[in-house]
Design a binder for this molecule. Structure first.
Ligand code: ZN
Length: 301
């Protein structure tokens, strides 16, 4: 069983996490910004779903956070990893122009993860000369050298030489794809704009949203439901109506059974003549909307 929405919200309410404050290049890390991520999760702008992998993952295209496969409740190291992903979400929210590089986003996320771990367990450390051991060892050393493990270090700006050393190591780590991207590569943040372009968040009461509801027993969207949903007509000026449908379908595709998600994944990428759902999916949604929904299905594995 993977970690749950509550584990993520608890992590983002943990005073230790919210007390962390420092700067990684142009990335500002601050409790206030993490609580903004929490608010976005609470109202369903960012969706949380139990994942199937050992590591958690944040997808900036769909604004979906997949938790790690681990029995709840989250322990401190689980929370540290969730916090790492929440830093990616924070960057997505606060850097809608996508100027943060992939490498620096990762370095920031690892440093927050490590700062949290040391604040929770002052003796936490890792030693060794293998690439991952050395990388973690340097993260711990950076946290201590800059006093990120205590309030005294709040507001610290990590020296650029230190960041560059961590970045180079990151890009050379085995079993991960960081090295496939150049130093300058961006594309890890686009704001929550694409999902929320249409959203006036004050209009929908938060309590009505499904993020406050258990999604373990989320009903599968039937063909009839999808056809009716896709047939809903919106005036060309009604961007909010269109956006609301997109949000509902994003939720349906993320929380439905894996079986149903896989089935939709075989039917939707290409317009299948005679398959009403597939036809309407292509005829009634924008290219961008389809891309987000197909990406959600892809995230289901
Ligand atoms: Zn990461």
């Amino acid at each position: 069983m993977p970690l749950t929405l509550s584990d993520v919200l608890d992590t983002l309410s943990d005073p230790v996490a919210l007390g962390i404050e420092f700067h990684v290049g142009k990335i500002d890390i601050k409790g206030e910004y993490l609580t903004t991520v929490r608010d976005h999760i609470r109202v369903g702008n960012i969706l949380v779903k139990g994942g199937t992998q050992d590591l958690a993952f944040y997808d900036q295209t769909t604004d979906v956070l997949l938790t790690q496969k681990k029995s709840p409740p989250a322990d401190d190291s689980d929370r540290a990893l969730l916090l790492h992903e929440c830093v990616h979400a924070m960057i997505d929210v606060y850097d809608p122009g996508g100027t943060v590089t992939r490498h620096m986003g990762e370095v920031a996320a690892y440093l927050v993860q490590t700062a949290y771990s040391v604040r929770k367990t002052p003796t936490a450390n890792r030693t060794g000369t293998a690439p991952w051991d050395k990388f973690w060892g340097d993260l711990f050393a950076t946290v201590r050298a800059n006093k990120l493990d205590t309030k005294a270090g709040n507001g610290a700006r990590i020296p650029s030489a230190t960041l560059e050393s961590l970045r180079r190591q990151l890009a050379a780590l085995p079993h991960v794809n960081y090295g496939n991207f150049s130093e300058e590569a961006t594309g890890v943040s686009d704001g929550l704009v694409r999902m929320n372009l249409f959203l006036q968040s004050s209009d929908e009461p938060v309590s009505m949203r499904a993020s406050s509801v258990s999604y373990e027993a989320y009903p599968d969207p039937s063909d009839d439901y999808l056809i009716a949903k896709l047939l809903e007509a919106y005036a060309s000026t009604d961007v909010r109506g269109y956006g609301k449908r997109l949000r509902e379908l994003r939720r349906d595709f993320l929380y439905c059974s894996l079986h149903r998600a896989r089935e939709l994944r075989t039917r939707l990428p290409v317009r299948k003549k005679g398959d009403r759902v597939s036809e309407l999916f292509h005829d009634r949604l924008s290219h961008g909307g389809r891309a987000i929904l197909l990406r959600v299905l892809a995230l289901r594995g």
